[in-house]
Write a protein that binds this ligand. Structure first.
Ligand code: NAD
Ligand code: UD1
Length: 330
């Protein structure tokens, strides 16, 4: 089976490419490098011992993407390409609506034209907004708090309409919780092109001395220690979830949470990181971040029952592998 992977040189995409190649899928990767680097290709080659075709193109560029469909018979697409920085999406909403929506529309038009109506889409736990009940199941109410989240919610709606219009489509929508960690080789990991906003990439910059101190956004939440609680999942477990999702692409429209079901606080993450890596992460408590929620974690039982998905790696593995990626790339 040949899988078109958009955004395949990014954080989650690159780990998924490794899983796909290691499991004998053929892949064709498309990425415009807005948030990734060409060196990721060599590193995927090194880890897997396999090569694959790569196109440095924008998924929104229909003519360029159509050439990929002409060059390769695509059986299914996994659509990672998109922008994901929440803060920037508030400042530049149109940039987010344009890239995230248009790339999905163009991709679906071509999947339709080339009669390959099978898609796995990267959604996010952000579509649950501020949870009313925890843990979150797939049928919890949807609601967003920022333009990035709204792009994901609109795309989910668009894909649902597409499926209603033509039930030959088969679509799996994966709602990721908080992926952290890196491949055990230390060759690929979370390597954003700009200053990170998310917790783990920020911890890595502080631990390595590139940034002086981590700001903890609020210690007065209604949680065990007052800091925000999230469902952190090892990126390799998340990547493997995509392989399981491919098995579901026979017909239908499905939604799955990919998380562990366990909530950890910001202080849990810092303390575990310091302990397993023997390195200090200086921090200070500051005001809450606008739009943040106290707690968010998944009920992963639907993915477990229907996909056979189970996150295998624990928080220590996540913290060790994230730091290993930094050490190997200093
Ligand atoms: P990433 O930024 O590391 O990867 C995205 C990749 O897509 C990058 O390599 C970027 O260069 C590429 N890209 C962006 N727009 C493109 C376009 N128009 N054409 C071609 N390539 C393009 O992000 P990630 O963390 O790997 O996330 C992958 C997907 O998962 C995104 O859709 C993101 O919104 C979603 N997601 C991520 C998280 C997370 O915490 N990382 C959580 C929930 C959902
Ligand atoms: C954020 C986004 C979410 C997106 C997800 C993945 C917001 C409000 N939400 O989720 O929409 O799907 O990233 O891209 O941005 N923290 C600190 N200090 C920091 C960074 C984070 O204390 O420097 C805390 C946060 O307050 C939170 C936890 O760490 O409690 C995790 O934050 P983060 O990694 O940004 O992820 P989310 O907020 O869950």
């Amino acid at each position: 089976m040949r899988v078109l992977v958009t955004g395949g040189l990014g954080y989650i995409g690159s780990h998924t490419c490794v899983e796909l190649l290691n499991n004998d899928y053929e892949i064709v990767v498309v990425d415009n490098l807005v948030n990734s680097k060409m060196t990721v290709i060599d590193n995927i080659n090194k880890i897997t011992g396999k090569n694959f075709p790569f196109y440095n193109i924008d998924v929104c560029d229909k003519d360029a993407l159509e050439q990929v469909f002409k060059n390769h018979k695509i059986d299914v697409a996994i659509h990672f390409a998109g922008y994901k920085a929440v803060g920037e999406s508030v400042e530049k909403p149109l940039k987010y609506y344009e890239n995230n929506l248009l790339s999905t529309i163009v991709l679906c038009e071509l999947l339709n034209k080339y009669n390959c109506k099978k898609l796995v889409f990267s959604s996010s736990a952000t579509v649950y907004g501020k949870p009313k009940v925890l843990p979150l199941t797939e049928d919890c109410p949807l609601n967003t708090t920022n333009p990035y989240g709204t792009t994901k919610l609109i795309i989910e709606g668009m894909l649902k309409d597409l499926y209603i219009s033509d039930q030959n489509w088969s679509i799996v929508i994966l709602r990721y919780f908080n992926p952290i960690g890196a491949h055990k080789s230390g060759l690929i990991g979370d390597d954003p092109n700009n200053t990170p906003n998310n917790l783990m990439p920020y911890i890595l910059k502080v631990a390595s001395g590139e940034l002086p101190v981590l700001s903890i956004f609020g210690a007065d939440y209604d949680t065990s220690d007052g800091t925000g609680v999230r469902d952190y999942i090892h990126v390799c477990d998340l990547a493997y979830g995509h392989l399981l999702a491919l098995n579901k692409l026979n017909s239908g429209l499905y939604y799955y949470n990919l998380g562990t079901g366990i909530g950890y606080s910001v202080l849990d993450i810092i303390h575990t990181f310091e302990k397993v890596n023997q390195v200090k992460v200086p921090y200070k408590i500051v005001e809450r971040r606008a739009g943040d929620i106290a707690s968010c974690y998944a009920n992963p039982s639907k993915a477990s029952k229907e996909l056979g998905f189970k996150a295998e790696k624990n928080l220590e593995d996540m913290c060790k592998s994230a730091w290993n990626f930094v050490i190997k790339n200093r």
